[in-house]
Design a protein around this ligand. Structure first.
Ligand code: C5P
Length: 237
């Protein structure tokens, strides 16, 4: 598979075209950003760790019957994926209150949310990813009613699979963000699932093992991601 032009450079990943019009290469960089790119650092090994972590999780989701864009790993920091028509919407599920919902609704961090709650955000850095609802998505033509339903269903199915996977590894899946795209008319899970885009707490100590370590300046960011990988039985060598 030949890597061609850089199609898009995000805050932590670059996307390249290939000689196959239906396939892209995702490159996970060491760049780590928070607060809409206000805080940016290079963290050694993070690109490699996130690439392999993402491949591991996407493979688990595929095994559970969730369609993803993952094809295969092609380098330590690169994966070959299906080229999706991305929907500019972020789907967030929260099992436990943390982060923006605590600020917005005045709830205490750590409160169990039963049932888990769901939020849509518009993917737009300039507008700071505002929260939107299903009507906005349809009225502005970002997705159809059927696609909204499919995104919600798949996001909750991911919760069923991953809550158990992390629980078995002694971890609480607090919340996560997913992005979807369209491939051959079907809604497919795209982007990534890594500790950059979810919150994971140790079940016993409630230690944070995700990007909140970076946001909150707690240190040991990549070490925490590696510890999660080890607990999942994922070999990063
Ligand atoms: O910031 P907030 O609490 O709304 O984030 C909810 C979840 O979605 C967190 O796990 C966060 O890492 C993830 N997220 C993300 N990218 C964004 C916004 C949120 O990965 N742009």
């Amino acid at each position: 598979m030949e890597k061609k032009a850089e199609l898009y450079r995000g805050k932590a990943k670059s996307v390249y075209t290939t000689d196959d019009a239906d396939r892209l290469i995702l490159q996970f960089r060491n760049d780590t950003s928070a607060f809409d790119g206000e805080k940016i650092e290079q963290l050694d090994r993070k690109g490699m760790v996130n690439n392999k972590f993402n491949h591991f999780i996407m493979t688990k989701l595929e095994e559970a019957g969730i369609a993803t864009q993952m094809d295969r790993l092609i380098a330590d920091d690169e994966a070959l994926v299906k080229k999706l028509d991305m929907i500019p919407v972020e789907c967030v599920v929260r099992n436990v209150a943390a982060g923006s919902i605590c600020r917005r609704l005045g709830v205490k961090e750590g409160m169990d949310l039963s049932p888990p709650t769901f939020e849509f955000f518009l993917k737009n850095d300039q507008l700071h990813d505002p929260m939107i609802n299903e009507y906005h998505i349809q009225s502005f033509g970002w997705a159809t009613a059927e696609q909204v339903t499919a995104m919600k269903e798949q996001t909750f199915k991911v919760n069923d699979v991953l809550k158990k996977l992390f629980d078995d590894a002694g971890l609480i899946l607090v919340d996560y963000k997913l992005e979807f795209g369209v491939f051959n008319g079907e809604i497919i899970l795209g982007d990534e699932f890594t500790p950059d885009g979810c919150r994971l707490w140790d079940k016993e100590t409630r230690d944070k093992l995700d990007k909140d370590r970076f946001r909150q300046g707690l240190g040991g960011v990549v070490e925490a991601y590696e510890a999660v990988a080890a607990r999942l039985g994922l070999n990063l060598d």
